[in-house]
Write a protein that binds this ligand. Structure first.
Ligand SMILES: *[C@@H]1O[C@H](CO)[C@@H](O)[C@H](O)[C@H]1NC(C)=O
Ligand SMILES: *[C@@H]1O[C@H](CO)[C@@H](O)[C@H](O)[C@H]1NC(C)=O
Ligand SMILES: *[C@@H]1O[C@H](CO)[C@@H](O)[C@H](O)[C@H]1NC(C)=O
Ligand SMILES: *[C@@H]1O[C@H](CO)[C@@H](O)[C@H](O)[C@H]1NC(C)=O
Ligand SMILES: *[C@@H]1O[C@H](CO)[C@@H](O)[C@H](O)[C@H]1NC(C)=O
Length: 697
């Protein structure tokens, strides 16, 4: 009965009325209280703005202010570098230079906006209905259109055309998500284009009632948008408006230690969406024995569906589809709103403007489709993930076209309240992989460090300030795509305070502190992908001029530090350097050239590679760090210190808090011990010097 009711209404636009009747009818079948419970997952939360101070990472803010100076977030509390305890971390993130000439050499970003057709599209979509633009109607007189549904064929590689509808009128409900419109106006002009929207589906509107969420679920929507082949640094370089909006107005957290776990897009997305690597998942590679479609993978969107969510996934670049190029793709549509058929048609059409659908850019079209999705299901829980590659796949140069559109989209979603109960993830899969870039040190690191930002709604900040603190803390620690999956699982099993126990030994929920001793090994990141820096001994430290310069600078620093107690403490001189190390990437990463199989599973290293040579490329580091153990006289005090070398300014960054005395100083500094205890570990009392001299003479 219910099914017949739905079927009756599905393809008849005149039947909107009966849909409403169906809806009411179905509602009666569910308990009122159940409905109420689920309404509360919608966007009608009542909350007052941030009561808590908003935590903002000073380093993010500094980066974001380079191009967009204003800060609008109310009541911010800046988290300074000390908060993150960086020196305690086993995995240290490289500090990368946004102006690095090694990268800019290969980057010629477009200037200005993308130019699509000047005449506005006649057709647009408004919450699941077909609309004719008023502008076109005024200009051309009455318009009649034919509507040809674009439907998925038997698999991911074919489409079919649905029954042609003619004529269609303004405000007709869509009968498919995708369609071709061919229109003619009274004045003889014609219009032809393809469009995407969200078709009304009564069953999906009800899913959260039939499949209620587990009680421990937080109930937020998930909205993800990603770009292909863009590093974290290039995201900041080429999307400054979007980046500063995320940081300064949405308070998003950027995961600065987010490290790839394999080569290419599938290796970046599969761990997020399935918690596993391609090798751990059932064989799905084209041409391999026993290979089957990827339907069997444990997709996270299935879990969302089982918990009442409506789901959406799509990407452009269908010919290099993430799950269709090397893999066999899906037999059945994996999500409720699946964009692939649309792009199959779009990318097979001949066009002079390959970045546009008429007057609308293809990128904007994707954003519109997500907005449509949120409009169609205002109160239903939603999972949406769209991935864009057209601007950045072959070169990164066109990415600036996306900046204003993505910024405006986020502003719109925020203004409409859609972000009030949504976990927003703006991300990229990996940095650029062009062989030229891969040759430079910075290029290698950037490939391994994509952009991953997470923005939780204000209500979450308010209710769980401690979890936001954890997320902030983790933003400087080593994190991986596996952690994003684990964080989704945490949403399903959310308990306020109690610790969440990860389902896997290689991942953590980002809402809980990641141990500061996490290493690539414990996070299942193979060493040639690992961007963590580690202390590496400098073998020729006794002859390297730089090390001598640094040690002298350290001694000068110690002496100037003692200037207040000049009369009591002896002038120090360098006696010997005992050990020197530099913070550097691991050798496997330096030697890695590219994967040598087409599945990206077998790493290829440069056989001639000679580490000394590879290390030369490190000169492009902004502030390489050195750690020295040295001894001074008189008094033979031994110190360990970490020093930054500013290569451009030719200066050293030496700070007391990075200095420690490593042998006993006993009574050496007794002359000032009471008066100025802060000098005890450095001062050698002058009076002992004269004594010693007398003895030794
Ligand atoms: C920083 O490290 C110190 C020493 O290990 C520890 O006591 C402190 O709690 C840490 N702070 C944070 C925020 O983790
Ligand atoms: C869009 O249409 C759906 C289905 O008719 C309706 O439930 C929803 O409230 C509409 N959304 C907006 C924003 O009007
Ligand atoms: C990190 O420290 C914890 C507790 O001290 C220890 O159990 C764990 O093995 C360490 N992990 C690594 C990767 O060193
Ligand atoms: C994690 O568990 C797997 C088996 O489930 C095991 O093979 C692996 O060694 C474990 N890794 C770590 C770092 O404990
Ligand atoms: C590595 O390269 C350096 C500089 O070209 C050279 O002096 C050194 O002998 C080479 N070492 C090896 C092991 O090939």
């Amino acid at each position: 009965m219910i099914r017949r009711c739905l079927r009756y209404s599905k393809y008849r636009y005149t039947a909107l009325f009966s849909l409403v009747t169906c809806t009411l009818f179905l509602l009666m079948y569910t308990s009122f209280s159940n409905v109420l419970r689920h309404l509360s997952y919608g966007r009608f939360y009542v909350y007052s703005d941030y009561d808590e101070q908003t935590l903002v990472d000073e380093s993010d803010l500094v980066e974001s202010k380079r191009q967009q100076p204003q800060i609008i977030l109310p009541n911010i509390q800046l988290l300074k570098e000390d908060y993150f305890n960086l020196s305690h971390l086993t995995c240290k993130n490289p500090k990368l230079d946004i102006d690095s000439p090694d990268i800019w050499k290969y980057l010629q970003p477009v200037k200005g906006d993308l130019e699509c057709e000047k005449t506005h599209n006649w057709v647009y979509i408004e919450n699941g209905t077909f609309r004719l633009s008023q502008q076109a109607l005024h200009k051309h007189g009455p318009i009649v259109c034919a509507y040809r549904p674009i439907l998925r064929g038997k698999d991911d590689f074919s489409t079919v055309e649905g029954q042609r509808l003619f004529p269609v009128v303004d405000k007709m409900p869509l009968v498919s998500d995708f369609f071709r419109a061919d229109c003619r106006a009274r004045d003889g002009s014609i219009y032809s284009n393809i469009h995407s929207g969200i078709q009304f589906d009564a069953g999906l509107h009800m899913r959260h009632i039939w499949n209620p969420m587990v009680k421990t679920h937080l109930g937020y929507n998930v909205l993800m948008f990603g770009f292909d082949s863009i590093s974290r640094m290039t995201f900041m370089r080429l999307l400054p408006k979007t980046y500063s909006y995320l940081i300064q107005q949405l308070g998003a957290v950027v995961m600065k230690g987010y490290n790839i776990v394999g080569d290419g897009t599938p290796a970046a997305l599969l761990p997020i969406l399935t918690s596993q690597t391609e090798m751990e998942l059932p064989e799905s590679r084209r041409g391999h024995e026993g290979a089957q479609t990827v339907d069997r993978y444990p997709w996270i969107w299935n879990k969302f569906k089982d918990n009442g969510y409506v789901t959406q996934w799509g990407e452009d670049g269908q010919s290099v589809g993430t799950f269709q190029m090397r893999l066999l793709g899906f037999r059945d549509p994996p999500v409720d709103h699946y964009m692939r058929p649309f792009f199959l048609v779009a990318e097979s059409m001949r066009t002079t403007k390959p970045y546009c659908f008429g007057s609308v850019s293809r990128h904007q079209n994707m954003l519109n489709w997500m907005r449509e999705f949120f409009e169609m299901y205002p109160i239903q829980p939603k999972f949406s993930f769209l991935f864009h590659s057209q601007y950045s796949h072959d070169t990164n140069n066109r990415l600036p076209y996306a900046d204003r559109e993505l910024h405006d989209f986020l502003v719109h979603m925020n203004t409409k309240g859609y972000l009030d109960n949504t976990m927003l993830i703006i991300m990229t899969d990996h940095g650029a992989r062009y062989s030229q870039l891969r040759k430079s040190y910075q290029g290698k690191l950037e490939e391994r460090l994509p952009f991953m930002s997470i923005r939780m709604p204000p209500i979450f900040h308010k209710r769980y300030p401690h979890l936001i603190r954890n997320l902030r803390l983790n933003s400087h620690r080593l994190t991986t795509p596996f952690d994003i999956h684990e964080t989704f699982l945490n949403l399903f099993n959310f308990q306020d305070d109690s610790d969440y126990r990860p389902k896997s030994n290689r991942s953590y929920s980002l809402f809980h502190p990641i141990p500061d001793n996490r290493t690539c090994e414990s996070a299942a990141v193979e060493s040639h992908w690992c961007a963590c820096l580690q202390w590496t001994p400098i073998v020729d430290y006794q002859t390297r001029p730089l090390i001598q310069k640094i040690s002298q600078a350290v001694v000068d620093y110690l002496n100037s530090y003692l200037s207040d107690v000049r009369n009591e403490c002896a002038q120090l001189k360098l006696f010997q350097v005992h050990k020197a190390q530099e913070l550097a990437a691991n050798d496997m990463m330096l030697k890695f050239v590219k994967s040598i199989d087409k599945d990206g599973r077998v790493p290829g290293f440069n056989p001639q590679s000679n580490i000394t040579v590879e290390k030369q490329v490190r000169k492009d580091q902004r502030m390489p760090l050195y750690q020295l153990q040295l001894e001074t006289i008189p008094g033979h005090g031994q110190f360990e210190i970490t020093v930054g070398h500013d290569v451009l300014q030719e200066t050293f960054d030496i700070q007391k808090r990075r200095l420690s005395r490593i042998n006993k100083y006993g009574r050496d500094s007794e002359c000032i011990a009471r008066k100025r205890p802060e000098f005890r570990e450095i001062c050698y009392c002058d009076k002992f010097v004269t004594n010693k001299k007398r003895i030794s003479v």
